[in-house]
Design a protein around this ligand. Sequence first.
Ligand code: HEC
Length: 283
Amino acid sequence: MKDERPRDLPGLHNIVAYHEGFYSGGVPEGDAALTLLKAMGIKTIISVDGAEPDVEQAKLVGIRYIHLPIGYNGFDEKRKLELTRATRDALQDGPVYIHCHHGKHRSAGAAGAVAASLGWMTPEEAVERMKVSGTAPNYEGLYACAANATELDPKLIDAVPANFPEVSHPATFVKAMVEIDEINDHLKLIEKAGWQSPADHPDLVPAAEAGRLADLFRISAESTKAKSKPPTFLGALKQDAERIAALEAMLIAQEKYKDIKKLSDTFKQVQASCKDCHTKYRD
Ligand code: HEC
């Protein structure tokens, strides 16, 4: 179970075991991936991604979902306790698969924190596992969640209400737009600071902001509102999600990269796309 590197299976990416029967990885892509998870004995999937999980498809193969979204800057004590209880209880039914979108950052942070909270590994070992998952050093908040997790008193875990939702309803389209606007402003400040955390805003982690923005575009593309619009509308949201995901990847690789112009060019395309869509469909 101590994988030295992540495993890839058809439709399942970046799988890393954090304990016997407890795996972190990417979102299962399609029915084949769910069938594979079933073959691995998985009984429960925990999603920490923002997008709505495909609960019905999972049910068809006899897997249940628990949806406890987390951010790229980490999560609070309450969420850690919930994730810990959800994992501990679910394991009594059989193996558990925890995923975000790519299975590199958020699910690894969650899995690491849970593994340390249940005393399966030391916080140091949990951090090492996250490195196996490929969590980028930029995501300090996620690393801190694992690094600060210590074995919890079972009484504390038992005190957490166990009525976990199979879908935490994501924000509506308008709410997503409001948050998109806010993060877009954060990225403007980051751009001004040369694509670094601004001196007067050290809390803004460039890659984390980009990750969240990509997520929000992906989530809004899945909303009922977007699906009721012409295909070009949906296409624009998906394209922005891809552009921002590329921006996130560049920011993670920035040590080697430092191509400020390419970062700004990509960001400029997104700005143009906001205006273009608003002109056509909103104003
Ligand atoms: C593919 C289309 C599309 C793209 C791309 C898009 N938006 Fe929007 N946006 C909309 C629509 C449609 C509304 C109106 C929603 C409503 O009122 O129901 C909206 C609303 C908003 C609002 C107003 C929310 C409120 O309080 O009513 C803001 C702010 C906003 N968008 C910011 C942005 C920013 C910033 C970007 C780019 C980073 C962006 N949008 C990209 C379609 C888009």
